[in-house]
Design a protein around this ligand. Structure first.
Ligand SMILES: [Zn+2]
Length: 97
């Protein structure tokens, strides 16, 4: 859960959370600021809220133990915590049974 360096899909992911109403109140404004200026622009108090209200929603790694790229995390929240690769594997395994 570290390594924010430029845009590796992180801000896009945050945008999806905002657009779909997962974040509201103070956290929404803080999230917009992270999208605009990066996490480093937050005060300590904002960072606390961002971690508590936003990052706590985010699956850190896939259920099967691999890292989930930011660009796939939103989908992972929806499909039970799988990266797209494992979701695909699971789907074909389900079909085989
Ligand atoms: Zn996976």
């Amino acid at each position: 859960m570290s390594g924010f360096d430029g845009d590796d899909g992180f801000s896009g992911f945050l945008g999806e959370l905002l657009d779909n109403g997962h974040i509201d109140g103070d956290a929404a404004g803080i999230t917009r600021q992270v999208i605009d200026k990066g996490e480093d622009s937050l005060s300590d108090k904002q960072k606390f809220v961002f971690k508590r209200d936003v990052l706590s929603l985010v699956p850190g790694e896939c259920v099967r133990g691999c890292d989930i790229p930011w660009s796939e995390k939103y989908e992972a929240m929806d499909n039970g915590g799988f990266c797209s690769w494992c979701a695909k594997m699971k789907e074909s395994a389900d079909k085989d049974d």
